[in-house]
Design a protein around this ligand. Sequence first.
Ligand code: NDP
Length: 323
Amino acid sequence: MSDHHYDVLILGSGAAGLTAAIYAARANLEPTLIHGMQPGGQMTITTDVENFPGFPEIIQGPWLMEQIQAQAEGVGTNMISDLIIEANLQKKPFKLTGDSGNTYTCNALIISTGAEAKWLGLDSELKYQGFGVSACATCDGFFYRGKQVAVVGGGNTAVEEAIYLTKHATKVMLIHRRNSLRAEKMLQKRLLANPKIEIIWDSALEEVMGKHEGPMPEVTGIRVRNIKTDNITEYSLEGVFIAIGHQPNTSIFVNQLKMDEEGYLITQPDSTATNIPGIFAAGDVQDNKFRQAVTAAGTGCMAALETEKYLANIVNQTTMAAQ
Ligand code: NDP
């Protein structure tokens, strides 16, 4: 166990955190970035990326994050791997505690802890998580080669996952609670044109069915309720992917930083400043609206520039007070 002090700490290594690191390093702030168990953030669990500017050909999400990380390290970012389990932001320096037992204090903090997949909250979903129920098609889709699967949700993630899963599965059911999709029109067009995909409209997943006869539990089917008629239908399949959106990773900041009702950190308009001077938030942790890699990178840049200004003001104030 050891204590470390830094001028600037960045928490989180997705597009926002790494971009903040690039800008902070180039401003000679010698940033240290702490990342947890999924370095690279949500982009590391996507596949094809077609909308990150600068890449006319389709690129892979994990590859893109490796490039941004290499760039951040190349300009002088110090990277630390530790899962931060506690934050004490009430007094300065701000203090973070990792599950390693190490503590990290800093004068300025950029929070870019991102968001993670939401679950429906069914007992059966929890029971088969990791044994046929997943929230990441690109991580687990390979296991369903030649099998049938379902995806729950109607947003971009659900539609992209359904299309991706057709590379492996023989049939993909998309179960959506309404009769129209939230996903972009271009994705909807691809979805509707894919003969392996069947959309089950106005429907909710009621139960994941399975058995536990072999060494591990396995999914054998689902029970789906039509919301309009209340009719229940059972389908036989081997995998269920939940793609119903995300929640921000802000639990360690509860009662310390201002959040909205969904837990997203609130930042000042046109700024990444939180309610505590010296703490800035960038990326999906403060963005409930756009949630794109490019917007996360943009707010990461803003956070670094605002951090530079904040630290320069402190130095100026200290110098003036000493005169
Ligand atoms: P969204 O919030 O966009 O969509 C969530 C979907 O899940 C909605 O269709 C919603 O239904 C449904 N849903 C939510 N809660 C439940 C529930 N309890 N039971 C059943 N269905 C539920 O999340 P996504 O993860 O799809 O996307 C998040 C953001 O990331 C978006 O801004 C999206 O544009 C972006 N994104 C962009 C990509 C790209 O540009 N390539 C790829 C993936 C994501 P309803 O529609 O009825 O509300």
